[in-house]
Design a protein around this ligand. Structure first.
Ligand code: NAD
Length: 256
């Protein structure tokens, strides 16, 4: 039987990269995201890899919509084996000018949504004695950078949540781990280059060189494939004892 994966934010960037990788391995996939072409993406990947897919544009700011997303996964794909909490947003600003609504939305999408989705998936994972929850945190879940109060708080919070779920899932073959990437070139990062350029009063090229990759020992954006490979490993049956851990895929950033 094909396993079922729900990947939030899988119609763009890292989530899409992970979804394609899981599709190649024969997972049936619940696609999710706000992109206008989400439905098309889910359909075309389903046809290409001969897997069953479904799609939702549930708003991750709303707990009820997230619960419905999990229900839709169960109804259309039969169950849920793997949950990848990946949807995320970013906003960069000095604290004095940081809008409260931006702060609240970043905490909601990047942290609270992982709680609501994990909670809704939990009874199904528990009853089938198999669950793999993978939280896409960030190197900013392990280290701080200026102008990112909300993001750094949310990503650190997700790592704390990961440890708790690992402990609670231990007797049920439910594992929970976090992946902490350095910079990956996705639409989210393209947006940040623009915002950082404004905050630091630099050109976009200077931001990439002097701000973004400054802290990575390996001066390259992290490839999507590295993250997708790690997620696939964590989803395996044989990874039952890998739990409660954060994997830094950050070009050596957090080694410092
Ligand atoms: P992205 O902007 O390409 O994708 C984000 C996805 O989340 C999109 O599908 C978007 O529609 C969805 N999303 C955002 N807000 C939503 C909402 N309110 N409701 C429903 N869906 C919503 O970004 P990405 O770079 O692929 O980031 C994916 C994850 O990886 C995020 O959690 C991000 O913090 C994390 N991350 C990214 C990087 C990087 O360098 N790109 C580094 C570390 C961690």
């Amino acid at each position: 039987m094909n396993k079922v994966a729900l990947i939030t934010g899988s119609t763009s960037g890292i989530g899409l990269g992970i979804a394609k990788h899981f599709a190649k391995e024969g997972y049936n996939i619940m696609f999710h995201g706000l992109e206008d072409n989400g439905e098309e993406i889910a359909k075309s990947i389903g046809e290409e890899y001969k897997i069953t897919t479904s799609f939702s544009n549930a708003n991750m700011l709303q707990s009820e919509a997230i619960e419905n997303l999990v229900q839709q996964t169960i109804e259309t794909l039969g169950t849920i084996h793997v949950l990848i909490n990946n949807a995320g947003i970013q906003f960069v600003s000095p604290i004095e000018e940081f809008p409260n609504t931006k702060y609240e939305n970043i905490i909601a999408v990047n942290m609270n949504a992982a709680f609501y989705a994990s909670k809704a998936a939990w009874p199904y994972m528990k009853s089938q004695k198999f669950g793999r929850i993978i939280n896409i945190s960030s190197v900013h879940g392990l280290r701080a950078s200026e102008y990112k109060t909300a993001y750094v708080a949310a990503k650190h919070g997700v790592i704390g949540m990961t440890k708790v779920l690992a402990l609670e899932g231990a007797n049920h073959n439910i594992t929970c781990n976090a992946i902490c990437p350095g910079y990956v070139k996705t639409p989210l990062v393209e947006g940040q280059i623009k915002d950082q350029a404004k905050a630091h009063q630099m050109s976009k090229e200077e931001v990439v060189e002097k701000v973004m990759l400054k802290k990575q020992a390996v001066k390259e954006f992290v490839p999507l494939k590295a993250i997708a490979d790690m997620a696939l490993l964590l989803a395996k049956d044989s990874s039952a004892t890998i739990t409660g851990t954060s994997f830094a895929l950050d070009g050596g950033w957090s080694a410092q």
